[in-house]
Design a protein around this ligand. Structure first.
Ligand code: SF4
Length: 188
């Protein structure tokens, strides 16, 4: 029996986050909801990748049916015009509030997130958003820094043939990633 709900952003990050919890003697239950991901086809690819990983790893996974449409509209209405730092803080808040609410509704005492695998995320914002969500919903937020295994997630994704996304999630991050790749190519 577990008391930890694991918000999962994608299959590739889960390949190292889930083992990190298991090595600590904790079997998490995965929970997938990421309405920040655009366009809907990209959301479908990430969810499919997450489901494939869960099957391969024997991870119990809860996915939120139909959330991509309503959740995406809510995300765009609230964050679509924000500057990057405000946008990311609010985006993390939206997802971790939903995770905390789900943890409470499903009877878990605490929750965490696979977002802490990424060295590209602001971990101070993740912690602040997680704590605020925990306070609001009456559960605990547990932070585990898994950045040292980020590279390992590349190898595991290849081994399991998982789709690995080239940008964070929102339309703005897709655009930013495209510009960064182009700048790298030009300077090479
Ligand atoms: S860059 Fe990532 S964390 Fe920031 S708003 Fe976009 S999807 Fe959310």
């Amino acid at each position: 029996m577990t008391d930890l709900l694991l918000h999962t952003c994608c299959g590739p990050c889960s390949t190292v986050a889930v083992p990190a919890w298991r090595e600590r003697g904790i079997e998490p239950v995965g929970w997938f909801e990421n309405p920040n991901t655009q366009p809907p086809a990209e959301m479908d690819r990430r969810r499919e990748s997450m489901v494939r990983y869960a099957r391969a790893a024997g991870l119990e996974l809860v996915t939120v049916a139909g959330e991509e449409a309503s959740g995406w509209r809510r995300w765009r209405e609230r964050l679509g015009r924000a500057v990057p730092e405000e946008r990311c803080a609010a985006c993390l808040g939206l997802r971790l509030q939903a995770a905390a609410a789900a943890a409470r509704a499903l009877g878990f005492g605490r929750f965490t997130t696979t977002l802490t695998v990424s060295p590209y995320q602001r971990h101070d914002l993740i912690v602040a958003a997680g704590q605020a969500a925990a306070d609001r919903h009456g559960v605990d937020f547990v932070y585990l820094d898994v950045r040292d295994r980020f590279r390992e997630s590349y190898a595991e994704s290849r081994r399991l043939d998982l789709y690995r996304q080239p940008y964070c999630g929102c339309a703005a991050s897709k655009w930013e990633a495209w510009h960064e790749r182009r700048a790298r190519r030009r300077s090479a």
